[in-house]
Design a protein around this ligand. Structure first.
Ligand SMILES: [Zn+2]
Ligand SMILES: [Zn+2]
Length: 328
């Protein structure tokens, strides 16, 4: 098998030949057909997430087919198309796991961070955390749903039932979530870097009622805002745009420092919260909802060997939607 491996943060991934692993008890071996490139991968490669298990194969938006199953695996059959998300395993015994909040597990494993991920031709995964994928979207198109889609979905649920939703940063997650929110009858306002006309046009094409710069005020107060861009200054900007009692949800795993801001921005029961990881229930509920939605993903495809170029393009904001590896 071939894999793009991070050996040291801050250095490019290197192509390595490895033996195909045998699945251990509870694991599945997959041939990887597509793996999305998530912003979190950038944070891993660039060393902003400081506890990788090195060397590590990044990638946690894995679409693959089951080649072999380890002892005790239930519910998956050979050849089945399944997905592997960011939450790779949990301890099952800590207070968070026992309380149904396994996304906050005290001893979790994360795909492509503390265990090998999908920037490879093959990978093994803990079958309990894999998710069967619905038909109707090809491998590359469905890959971004495994993190951008899922984290967007969890953030969306945390944003509450308000009808007016702001999305700060219009990348892979927002371009999926905008479609869901519009189809569920919400008005979506998209905020991008000032002057990023291409992203603003892209947002309007996907149903946003308005798109503008992050510093601008939307045409009406927001019921909730979700901050996808890893820019702390967007938190007070979003607070200033939400109505009384409104929420600001921070969806990213890493963000630059949030600047201090006047208490008046938080006053009147506005809330700030973060969203961390996902649960298996999130994945189940999201992929159960997907067939009832009309979702389209804008995907830029890269060969596995071009993973560094895909990361560079994402870092530089040179692509709309999502980058996906391994699809020719
Ligand atoms: Zn736990
Ligand atoms: Zn991700």
């Amino acid at each position: 098998m071939r894999a793009m491996v991070l050996e040291r943060p801050g250095t490019p991934l290197v192509l390595r030949e490895r033996a195909v692993p045998d699945p251990k008890p509870g694991e599945v071996l997959l041939s990887v057909s597509a793996c999305g490139v998530c912003r979190t991968d950038l944070h891993v490669v660039d060393g902003e997430l400081t506890r990788p298990t090195l060397p590590v194969v990044p990638g946690h938006e894995i679409v693959g087919r089951v080649l072999a199953v380890g002892a005790g695996v239930e519910g998956f059959h050979l050849g089945q198309r399944i997905g592997v998300p960011w939450l790779g395993a949990t301890c099952g015994t800590c207070p968070y796991c026992r309380d149904g909040r396994e996304n906050l597990c005290d001893a979790p494993q994360f795909t492509g961070y503390t265990r090998d991920g999908g920037y490879a031709t093959h990978t093994v995964a803990d079958s309990r955390f894999c998710v069967p994928l619905p038909d109707g979207m090809d491998d590359a198109a469905i890959a971004p749903l495994l993190c951008a889609g899922l984290i967007g979905w969890r953030s969306y649920r945390m944003a509450g039932e308000g009808r007016v939703l702001g999305l700060y940063g219009f990348g892979a997650a927002a371009h999926i979530l905008a479609q869901i929110a519009v189809q569920q009858g919400r008005r979506v306002y998209a905020f991008t870097r000032r002057g990023d006309v291409a992203s603003q046009d892209f947002a309007r094409q996907l149903g946003a009622a308005w798109a503008g710069a992050a510093e601008e005020r939307p045409p009406e107060p927001l019921d909730a805002a979700i901050v996808f861009a890893p820019v702390g200054a967007l938190v007070p900007a979003a607070l200033a745009a939400v109505r009384k009692g409104g929420r600001v949800v921070c969806a990213g795993i890493h963000m630059s420092d949030i600047p201090s801001f006047p208490y008046a921005l938080l006053w009147e029961e506005r809330q700030i919260r973060s969203v961390a990881n996902l649960t298996r229930e999130d994945a189940r509920a999201f992929f159960a909802a997907v067939p009832g939605l009309t979702l389209w993903t804008e995907v830029t495809r890269y060969r596995l060997e071009d993973a560094n170029r895909a990361l560079d393009d994402l870092r530089a904001g040179r692509l709309q939607g999502a980058a996906v590896l391994g699809c020719g």
